[in-house]
Design a protein around this ligand. Structure first.
Ligand SMILES: Cc1cc2nc3c(=O)[nH]c(=O)nc-3n(C[C@H](O)[C@H](O)[C@H](O)COP(=O)(O)OP(=O)(O)OC[C@H]3O[C@@H](n4cnc5c(N)ncnc54)[C@H](O)[C@@H]3O)c2cc1C
Length: 466
């Protein structure tokens, strides 16, 4: 690893972006003479939006299920580096369930990429032949990669490639809304194309689905432990209240009870806070104005505990419902069957649910879940909860790329990180980790130094990718 002098770095925000930045820099010599890395976060644990907490009334630890894909190489590498590779359960197959009992299973078969899913796709009852031909024609557009420009909306693309209504409802919509957390008008074809290229075409490994088998905060503890073991000072419950550039170029970061001088500061907080902070800096208003283009998007999750087994799959996409995804957390976490079943139902892009009462969300979810898993009708619902996250992700709206800032700023020594900065990724943990590594690279003067390698394309894909 390059040992460029980094001296004192303060990282504000200990989400995955800030944590990844700290770990990258600590590979580069934290704790060695003259160098120090401090992470400040206002919360009690690192992990930011990827968090779990003890729900006092339910007496359960709950979180909103996060998933990864095989192509999330920077995140997966980070987890492996922290010795926690076993904490992710990997799945090669996806189940798509219809209320009429039809079950479609997409999984890699004997054919080489990009056709590895073709046999299971041809057998899938959720789509007719015409739908499948349209989807195959559409996927061909993402064979070689995805568009460089993010100007086109995915709705325009669906119309342009003449997708059928059923192909949209049973294939394009669940994947796009599940991955990008917004409707077709608010997702650019560039990022939708990236999702399809990586998940369905590049290689079986890139498209594998990984599910953390622990509550999220517990899942990420090894990252904090690794950072501390490498000399990173992690200060929780330390919200930054002031940021100032000192004469001579160093920075002063203030919290309620302390002040830190630094050669470099990485702001790894959300776009709203970054906007407010930059506005307070000399000539900051213009840069901060760009952040008005970011739109936060909500996710709602419904948590159900039953007294017995009620499902026979670990996860499934539910079609023709408000619920996009079912996770059987008790199965994923390998609970013994006597503990019953813990299900989480995910409703992405859940603007309507933000305005609904928890009781009505729960009522609707219970009705829907019974359509797919009739066993719940004879089981006892032991407890239930609803978790609304109003600012879960940001939407990759068409044209947003030009407003996503680089990790380097116009102020020497000040850097940005966060899933929303320029990473070529949508709002994901992988995007956050990449942003942190890019920011760490910018601190040491070599932006891509800490990025992990992409998974290589397999089968025929090396011949096709541009
Ligand atoms: C419900 C939900 C479901 C999701 N599902 C998935 C999924 O399935 N797969 C996936 O990849 N991604 C998913 N995401 C998105 C993922 O969680 C985020 O993209 C990622 O965690 C963002 O990390 P970050 O470090 O950029 O930002 P954040 O996690 O927001 O971190 C910012 C940190 O800054 C801290 N902070 C803010 N202000 C201050 C201050 N003044 N001083 C000090 N600290 C401060 C905050 O406490 C926070 O810890 C989901 C998100 C949610 C909420």
């Amino acid at each position: 690893m390059n040992s460029t002098l980094q001296r004192n770095v303060v990282i504000v925000g200990g989400g995955l972006a800030g944590t990844a930045a700290a770990l990258a820099l600590s590979d580069n010599g934290a704790g060695t003479s003259g160098n120090s890395i401090t992470v400040l976060d206002r919360r009690p644990t690192l992990g930011g939006r990827a968090y779990s907490y003890e729900h006092p009334a339910l007496e359960e630890t709950i979180d909103s299920q996060h998933v990864v894909l095989g192509c999330c190489t920077n995140l997966v590498y980070l987890i492996e580096q922290a010795g926690a590779a076993d904490s992710i359960r990997w799945y090669d197959e996806l189940f798509f369930l219809e209320p009429n009992g039809n079950r479609s299973r997409l999984k890699p078969g004997a054919l080489p990429a990009p056709s590895h899913q073709a046999l299971s796709f041809l057998r899938a009852p959720m789509l007719g032949l015409g739908d499948k031909l349209g989807i195959a024609r559409g996927l061909m557009e993402f064979l070689r990669g995805y568009p460089a420009s993010d100007a086109e909306s995915f709705r325009t693309w669906l119309q342009r490639t003449r997708q059928t209504d059923r192909a949209i409802r049973h294939f394009w919509e669940p994947v796009v809304i599940g991955a990008l957390n917004d409707g077709f008008d608010n997702c650019s074809t560039r990022y939708a194309g990236k999702v399809f290229h990586e998940s369905f075409l590049r290689s079986p490994q890139a498209g594998r689905l990984g599910i953390p088998a622990l509550p999220l905060s517990e899942w990420l503890v090894p990252l904090t432990d690794l950072a501390r073991s490498r000399g990173v000072e992690v200060r929780m419950k330390s919200g930054m209240t002031a940021l100032e550039q000192l004469p001579g170029g160093r920075w002063l970061v203030g919290t309620e009870g302390a002040a830190f001088e630094a050669d470099s500061v990485i702001l790894a907080v959300d776009f709203k806070q970054t906007q407010a902070l930059l506005q307070g800096l000399p000539d900051g208003s213009a840069a901060a104005a760009d952040f008005d283009h970011f739109v936060p998007a909500p996710i709602t999750t419904v948590h159900l505990w039953y007294d017995r087994e009620v499902v026979d799959v670990d996860h499934a996409v539910l079609l023709d419902t408000r619920i996009q995804w079912m996770f059987a957390k008790s199965r994923i976490r390998k609970w013994s069957t006597y503990r019953g079943t813990y299900l989480e139902l995910v409703i992405s892009a859940s603007w309507p649910e933000l305005k609904m009462s928890r009781e009505s969300i729960l009522r609707a979810a219970l009705e829907e879940v019974a359509m797919f898993f009739p066993a719940v009708k004879s089981a006892k619902l032991v407890k239930s909860g609803v978790l609304k996250e109003a600012r879960a992700t940001f939407s990759v709206t068409p044209g947003l790329d030009r407003y996503r800032p680089s990790q380097s700023t116009q102020w020497p020594g000040l850097f940005l990180a966060g899933d929303w900065t320029r990473t070529d990724w949508p709002s994901t943990m992988e995007g956050a980790v990449r942003s942190g590594r890019l920011a760490a690279g910018a601190v040491v003067g070599n932006a891509r130094q800490f990025l992990a390698l992409e998974l290589p394309p397999t089968g025929l894909m090396p011949l096709l990718i541009r």
